[in-house]
Design a protein. Structure first.
Length: 259
């Protein structure tokens, strides 16, 4: 009997992130404050985990914790004199668990399956992560809007229907928004249809690139937890920049317009 491949874990766990697998710079609780502050200044750190060894976390030294003690007149000579508690999440926690924790804490330490502190996450790290995860979706949305605006005013309802996939012949096509991305490619690869656009660019190159974008779009929409290749992201960036720079768009008709 053939084996069945296991499904990928559907939850985006923080252990998948590179930053959760980079052991943070830390400081011993009995280290002098001046040394810890120097490390923070030289590395532009906002905080340092206070760690005895890789499995034992005592707290967190931060500009906030230090400033709070100094404002109260405390004589902070050692790190332990100015540290606060810190939050630790297992690497199997979801990204959304980390977001909730970071709403009220400066950072979150990550503990791997062996109990070792394997990384640190801040609100900045979360914003960068979401930017990386969301960028392909945003670019694809803009590309699709460019293509729709290119097509909308140039083709009748009947023209659009000719691009419909043959296996889906019963699906109504009222306007350009009813076409799939693959059907945009099918519509524009027809030389007669291409002439209606009156564009001074080469059809074959444009359609080839559009097909590449369609393939990347399919990968993105399958929500691969590893994301897409950097080379594919560059193709998306380059193509949307091309569309923007050449203003390949016309007025979009209202959604309920009829040809």
């Amino acid at each position: 009997m053939a084996s069945i491949a296991p499904y990928l874990d559907p939850t985006f766990r923080i252990g998948r992130l590179e930053l959760a697998n980079r052991p943070p710079t830390s400081v011993h609780p009995d280290a002098e404050i001046i040394g810890a502050v120097t490390v923070m200044l030289m590395n532009n750190f906002s905080q340092l985990p206070v760690i005895v060894h890789e499995r034992q976390v005592l707290g967190l030294l931060s500009w906030r914790s230090l400033g709070s003690r100094l404002s109260q007149g405390s004589d902070c000579k050692l790190v332990r004199d100015a540290m606060d508690d810190c939050e630790v999440l297992g690497a199997d926690a979801s990204l959304f668990d980390a977001i909730e924790t970071l709403k009220t804490h400066d950072c979150v330490l990550v503990r791997d399956s062996e109990g070792k502190i394997s990384g640190i996450m801040t609100a900045y790290d979360i914003s960068v992560t979401f930017g990386q995860l969301g960028e392909p979706f945003l670019i694809l949305g803009e590309i699709e809007n460019h293509i729709r605006s290119l097509i909308a005013a140039k083709f009748s309802r009947e023209d659009l229907a000719t691009a419909r996939d043959a296996i889906d012949a019963g699906r109504p096509v009222e306007d350009v928004s009813d076409l799939t991305f693959g059907e945009y490619v099918r519509l524009l690869e027809n030389p007669g249809n291409w002439q209606k656009l009156s564009l001074r660019i080469d059809r074959s190159h444009f359609v080839k690139k559009l097909e590449e974008i369609r393939v990347i779009r399919n990968e993105v929409m399958h929500f691969d937890p590893e994301g897409i290749e950097e080379s594919d992201l560059k193709k998306l960036r380059d193509f949307v920049a091309f569309l923007q720079a050449n203003a390949i768009q016309v007025h979009i008709l209202p959604h309920d317009a009829r040809f």
